[in-house]
Design a binder for this molecule. Structure first.
Ligand SMILES: Cc1cc2nc3c(=O)[nH]c(=O)nc-3n(C[C@H](O)[C@H](O)[C@H](O)COP(=O)(O)OP(=O)(O)OC[C@H]3O[C@@H](n4cnc5c(N)ncnc54)[C@H](O)[C@@H]3O)c2cc1C
Length: 545
């Protein structure tokens, strides 16, 4: 117990990817966290496979990007192809390379490529790292039952699910990263608004060691089966011939509980005699829902607890990890005393816009799955069938490209309307779902560069704020540094001496936040350094600085 009577600083409900990411973001900053998880381990969800560029950049910042690369059962140089075909034994219709920017080619726009890796592997890498941090404890078989926020602290009632024993924990804050059926969301009276349960789908995890050799489409991360019978998506999941299979938009008269999974896979793939061992079944429904509030008092929601949408584009978990990062550095700043009273309120303001923009994209992607792409006669032999296949191939190329070229969504999200971002009067870069335009317009992600020594510019940023002097001129930075020191704000001054930076950032100086977004930029540092620092840390409102 500390002097304020708290056992810990932050209680996190849920050891899914989002709860674990929050624990890491906080724990790396020396904050004491307890993560409680009702399951006996991580990794029950065989759902996400796309760990996107931005999430991997966070992993790099946490020092575990290499660990995830090494841990993945899918080799990192496995081709990031997506193939569309009528069936696994049928003709190809279209293909996309470097899907989701998963190819291991260096690109100046980002410091890490995306990775195709099962969610359970990522969760275990996150768990190991979280548990290795002093001050972070992950407690399994422990459920958050209820809590009370008295304005000074949150007192939670926990339950050991094996013994039934009740445990009480008092913390400064509570994060509800407890997924789609969030107890925390319910308790703070938040409601999910939008369209719920608008279509049913069925995922199957299965082992078929022969499958890779039973088709001629070559290695790919996803194979989309476009046929009238069982429109579906499948792809490699793990070693030893483990695959996932997803039947999309089941007809209303199909009960997933009664469906014979192996039969569905054989029909969808066209491989009637494929040896299949069904390992898991996971029916899921598509939602388009966002919580009407993300916080109440000392309690905050993150991840699936406050947003749910179809998984097409691979955004859900990744966006939740983004929530954990945004909330994590701000909560740490408040607990360390340098975050102002307005800082935590910006979490909801900043993330809601990202959620709405990303979810809209996921819903568009879900509007063009195999069920919509199929045309009568698609599998007919002969020239007429060929013509239909060519036509459908062209439709796929036109409609599906955006699902696999997602940098505009993934790196182009920005916080320009946030009260802790200082506008500079410039025009923001184009807001495009596919195309990402690196820009240091305040609120945008700091433009990335590979430096001459082979390191990433991001590797040189500090854990707190970074003042980037793009022309290497450090004389003027003294006042800001002194101001930060006085206020206890962690600030690193960085002058990598790369001539490209001035053009890339469009200014001599840029003040970059702990989450690598630009808070302010200018050709001269403001005379009142304290006002700028107060603004970007939420100590004073808009209008100052
Ligand atoms: C078919 C499918 C494919 C997907 N593919 C992708 C993809 O490729 N990329 C992507 O980014 N996203 C993908 N997603 C979405 C992704 O799986 C989720 O967004 C992600 O799991 C959300 O993480 P979370 O930590 O918020 O919640 P969860 O993963 O649901 O974790 C919440 C945890 O909280 C625990 N919990 C709940 N209540 C309590 C309580 N009261 N006390 C203690 N513990 C509690 C639960 O046991 C659980 O472990 C996919 C989803 C589906 C359905």
């Amino acid at each position: 117990m500390d002097e304020s009577g708290n056992d810990i600083d932050v209680l996190i409900a849920g050891a899914g990817p989002v709860g674990l990411a929050a624990a890491i973001e906080l724990g790396q900053r020396g904050i004491r966290c307890l993560v409680v998880e009702r399951n006996d381990r991580v990794g029950y969800a065989p759902r996400a496979k796309t760990t996107n560029v931005r999430t991997r950049e966070h992993l790099r910042r946490w020092g575990i990007a290499g660990k995830l690369r090494a841990a993945s059962p899918i080799p990192p140089d496995y081709p990031a192809n997506v193939v569309f075909a009528t069936r696994m034994n049928g003709p190809e219709l279209a293909r996309f390379g470097n899907a989701l920017n998963g190819s291991r080619a260096r690109n100046d726009m980002y410091s890490e490529e995306a990775q195709w890796v099962p969610q359970y592997v990522l969760e275990e890498v996150l768990r190991q790292h979280a548990s290795s941090l002093p001050g972070v404890a992950v407690r399994f078989n422990t459920e958050l039952v209820s809590f009370a926020d008295d304005g000074r602290a949150v007192t939670a009632e926990l339950r050991d699910v094996r013994s039934g024993a009740a445990i009480r924990a008092r913390s400064a804050f509570l994060i509800g990263a407890d997924g789609a059926r969030s107890t925390v969301r319910e308790a703070i009276g938040a409601r999910m608004l939008g369209e719920g349960a608008y279509s049913r789908n069925f995922n199957i995890i299965f082992r078929a060691p022969d499958l890779a050799a039973r088709h001629k489409h070559g290695p790919a991360i996803m194979y989309w089966m476009v046929n009238e019978d069982v429109p579906s998506v499948l792809g490699p999941m793990d070693e030893d011939g483990l695959w996932f299979f997803m039947a999309t938009k089941l007809a209303n008269d199909v009960d997933p509980e009664t469906v014979e999974p192996a039969e569905l896979i054989r029909r969808g793939t066209g491989l009637a005699d494929l040896e299949i061992e069904v390992v898991g079944r996971d029916p899921w429904v598509a939602h388009r829902l966002v919580a009407d509030r993300y916080e109440k008092g000392r309690v905050f929601l993150a991840g699936d607890a406050c947003h749910l949408h179809p998984p097409f584009g691979g955004f859900g978990m990744n966006m939740g990890i983004g929530d954990a990062v945004d909330l994590g550095w701000k909560m740490a700043a408040v607990l360390q005393g340098w975050g102002g009273p307005g800082l935590l309120a910006t979490y909801g303001i900043e993330r809601r816009r990202v959620h709405e923009r990303t979810i809209a994209e996921a819903v568009i992607n879900y509007g063009a799955v195999g069920n919509q792409l199929v045309r009568p006669g698609l599998e007919d032999p002969g020239p007429l069938g060929d013509a239909t296949r060519r036509e459908v191939g062209e439709i796929i190329e036109a409609t599906k490209l955006r699902e696999f070229r997602t940098l505009g969504i993934v790196l182009g999200m920005r916080y320009e309307d946030s009260p802790i971002i200082v506008p500079d009067g410039s025009e923001p870069p184009a807001d495009h779902f596919m195309l990402y335009t690196p820009s240091a317009h305040p609120g945008c992600l700091a433009p990335h560069l590979w430096l001459a020594d082979g390191s990433s510019l991001y590797d040189h940023f500090g854990q707190g704020f970074t003042l980037l002097a793009t022309t290497g001129d450090l004389a003027e930075t003294v006042q800001l540094m002194a101001g930060a020191e006085r206020l206890g704000i962690p600030l690193k001054v960085l002058a990598p001496g790369d001539r490209r930076l001035r053009g890339r950032y469009g200014a001599r100086f840029a003040l970059i936040r702990p989450d690598q977004h630009v808070a302010w930029r200018g050709d001269a540092l403001p005379g009142d350094a304290a006002a700028l620092l107060a603004r970007v840390t939420g100590a004073i409102g808009k209008g100052a600085a």
